[in-house]
Ligand binder design. Structure first.
Ligand SMILES: Nc1nc2c(ncn2[C@@H]2O[C@H](COP(=O)(O)OP(=O)(O)OP(=O)(O)O)[C@@H](O)[C@H]2O)c(=O)[nH]1
Length: 312
C-alpha cells in the first residue's frame, strides 16, 4: 500500500459529518443529484457501517468491509463500541479503501459518515482516515450538519455551538457548518431571534440573558456566560442554512464548500449552473439570503426578543 500518493491527480470532495439523524444521508443523495445536473461526476462513499438501503447510488460501501451488526453480534459490543471498532478496522484497512476509491478517479467524492459525535470531538480513527485521504491527494472540506430545530432552544443551541467548535478543532479540515432541515425549523417552537443571529452567531450575550429568564437556567448563568465566551474568543463558528429540496439552498452550500476545499470545475459547469438556476427564478426557489430563508421558513412574529432588547 502506498502511504502517500504525491503523483496522484487532485481529487475534490466533502466529508459529510454530524450527529445522528441530522440529515447526512439525505444531503448526500440531494447533493449527488444536484451536482449531477450541473455535470459533475459524483461518487458517494458510504463510511457508515450502520447504513442500509441508502437512497443514493453508492460507489463504495464500507459494509463490503465490515458491518455494525456483525461486529455487535460477534464481539458482543453495543452500538457505540461497535461503531468505534468499525472505524478502527477501517483505519487498519486503508489499502481496501484506496483500491475502492481508485476505481472512481476523476469523480467528485461525497463521504457519508457515521453520526456518533465522539468520532468528531475526540476519537482519532476517522480523523486519521481523513488525514490519509489528504495524503492520497484528496482535497476535502468537512460539511457538518446540525438539525436547525436546535435554534429554538437557547440551551441546546449553546451545546450545538460547543460541539461544532470542538469538531472544527478536532477534525482539522476546512469546515462548513450547515443548519439542516430549514423547512422544519420552527416545528418545535419559535425562534427568539432573527435567523441571521443564529447563522452568523452574533453577540451571544443576548442568548445568555434570554436563557437566564428561565428559572432553571438562571443558576447556570455564569457557566453559560463562560461557554459563550470560549465560542466568541475562537470566532470560528457560523452556519449556512439548508433545505435539501431547494436548489438555491443547495447551490449556496455547494459554493461555500467549493470555496473551502478550493474546488473549481471551470466555465462549462458555471454555464450549467446558471441554466439550472435560471429555471428556478420566479418559481419556488428564492434563497439568496438568510433573510429570504427567514421569510420562507420562520413565521413572522409581532416582535422577536432581539427587537425587544433593542427597544429597551
Ligand atoms: N423535512 C426534512 N426532512 C429531512 C431533511 N433532511 C433529512 N430529513 C429527514 O431526517 C431524517 C434523518 O435523515 P438522514 O439523512 O437519515 O440522517 P443521517 O444524519 O444520515 O442519520 P444517521 O445515519 O442515523 O446518522 C430522515 O427521515 C430524513 O427524511 C430536510 O431537509 N427536511
Amino acid at each position: 500500500m502506498s502511504e502517500s500518493s504525491k503523483g496522484s491527480p487532485l481529487a475534490f470532495g466533502q466529508v459529510v459529518i454530524g450527529p445522528p439523524g441530522s440529515g447526512k444521508t439525505t444531503y448526500c443523495h440531494g447533493m449527488q443529484e444536484f451536482m449531477g445536473r450541473i455535470g459533475r461526476k459524483v461518487a458517494v462513499v458510504n463510511l457508515d457501517p450502520a447504513n442500509e438501503g441508502m437512497p443514493y447510488s453508492c460507489a463504495v460501501d464500507i459494509s463490503e468491509l465490515i458491518t455494525l451488526s456483525d461486529v455487535m453480534e460477534n464481539l458482543k459490543l453495543g452500538p457505540n463500541g461497535g461503531l468505534i471498532y468499525c472505524m478502527e478496522y477501517l483505519e487498519a484497512n486503508f489499502d481496501w479503501l484506496q483500491e475502492k476509491l481508485a476505481a472512481f478517479r476523476g469523480h467528485y467524492y461525497l463521504f457519508d459518515c457515521p453520526g456518533q459525535v465522539e468520532l468528531y470531538t475526540h476519537h482519532d480513527a476517522l480523523k486519521n482516515v481523513f488525514a490519509q485521504l489528504a495524503k492520497w491527494n484528496f482535497r476535502l472540506a468537512a460539511v457538518h450538519l446540525v438539525d436547525s430545530h436546535y435554534c429554538t432552544d437557547p440551551g441546546k443551541f449553546i451545546s450545538v455551538l460547543c460541539t461544532s467548535l470542538s469538531t472544527m478543532l478536532h477534525v482539522e479540515l476546512p469546515h462548513v457548518n450547515v443548519l439542516s432541515k430549514m423547512d422544519l425549523i420552527e416545528q418545535y417552537g419559535k425562534l427568539a431571534f432573527n435567523l441571521d443571529y443564529y447563522t452568523e452567531v452574533l453577540d451571544l450575550s443576548y442568548l445568555v440573558d434570554h436563557l437566564a429568564s428561565d428559572p432553571f437556567f438562571r443558576n447556570y448563568r455564569r457557566l453559560n456566560a463562560k461557554l459563550v465566551e470560549v465560542i466568541e474568543d475562537y470566532s470560528l463558528v457560523s452556519f449556512v442554512p439548508l433545505n435539501v429540496q431547494d436548489k438555491d439552498s443547495m447551490r449556496q452550500v455547494m459554493q461555500a464548500v467549493d470555496k473551502a476545499n478550493g474546488c473549481s470545475f471551470g466555465d462549462q459547469e458555471h454555464r450549467s449552473l446558471e441554466a439550472l438556476m435560471s429555471a428556478a427564478v420566479g418559481a419556488d426557489f428564492h434563497f439568496t439570503s438568510t433573510l429570504a430563508v427567514q421569510e420562507k421558513y420562520v413565521q413572522s412574529q409581532d416582535k422577536t426578543v432581539e427587537e425587544e432588547v433593542m427597544d429597551m
